[in-house]
Design a protein around this ligand. Structure first.
Ligand code: SAM
Length: 237
């Protein structure tokens, strides 16, 4: 049973699903594609063999799952609680003839429909920030990862240069919401985006939370001067 807040988030993503990919690429000037490529590359060996099973959590329209599938022969499962997002993801998977290797499943990131120690690796792109509990989501990912399994978290973060931070802030809080809300025909989905990012832990704080949730060898790389970051870690073996 989803909480009221999670249901609201699910309804919001379901309502904007049909415009989600277009707006992602438009509002990020296509840089989001490069960020997901980098995220998948950090999963490295975990994607190579067809014996590996990897999860794209909060997969949305499956862009990270598809990127992961390009890196090797691993089996990929995408999981998200928005049915319309998954339907669009499924269409993309079928179009690329990848349905034997990539599948999507409906489920809540805070109560995943998988046994403990199922996955060799997990990636989550722009999903963690939307979970009602960041630590709760990370602990649940830890539960379904095998010991030694890899985690990567791609998420918006805090720009590192103060002047650039101010410029980006103007774009993110003023330009992006007015374009996003208009094209998605949703009153506040693209106002929610910068607001949720401003409440999300910065790079160093998120790294601490990963350690607190039982991950080791934790680190991060900044992307585009810290607009986004990829955190990585391994489940203690
Ligand atoms: C910003 S989108 C990211 C989608 C995709 N990963 C990407 O890279 O574009 C966030 C996704 O997280 C999903 N989501 C948010 N909270 C969730 C939860 N508790 N369980 C499962 N999915 C969730 C939403 O439905 C949405 O598809």
């Amino acid at each position: 049973m989803l909480s009221a807040k999670s249901s609201q988030i699910r309804n919001m993503f379901s309502a904007i699903a049909y415009r989600y990919d277009l707006l992602n690429h438009l509002l990020s000037f296509n840089i989001d594609k490069r960020w997901r490529r980098k995220a998948a590359s950090l999963l490295g060996d975990a994607l190579v063999s067809n014996r590996e099973l990897c999860l794209d959590l909060c997969c949305g329209t499956a862009d990270l799952a598809l990127e992961m599938s390009r890196r090797g022969r691993a089996q990929i499962v995408g999981c998200d609680f928005s049915h319309p997002m998954l339907q669009l993801g499924r269409q993309k998977i079928l179009k690329r003839n990848l349905n034997a290797r990539v599948q999507v499943i409906e489920g809540d990131g805070l109560n995943l429909p998988f046994h403990s120690q199922t996955f060799d690796a997990i990636g989550i792109a722009f999903g963690l920030r939307n979970l009602e509990s960041v630590a709760g989501g990370l602990c649940e990912m830890g539960r379904v990862l095998k010991p030694g399994g890899k985690l990567i978290v791609l998420e918006f973060s805090t720009p590192t240069h103060p002047l650039f931070h101010r410029l980006f802030h103007f774009y993110f809080f003023n330009v992006l919401p007015s374009i996003g809300n208009r094209i998605s025909k949703h009153k506040h989905a693209y106002t929610y985006l910068p607001n949720s990012v401003s409440q999300f832990p910065d790079q160093a704080e998120l790294a601490k939370i990963l350690v607190h949730c039982g991950f080791q060898n934790v680190g991060y790389v900044n992307l585009s001067a810290g607009i986004a970051a990829i955190h990585y870690g391994e489940k203690e073996g």
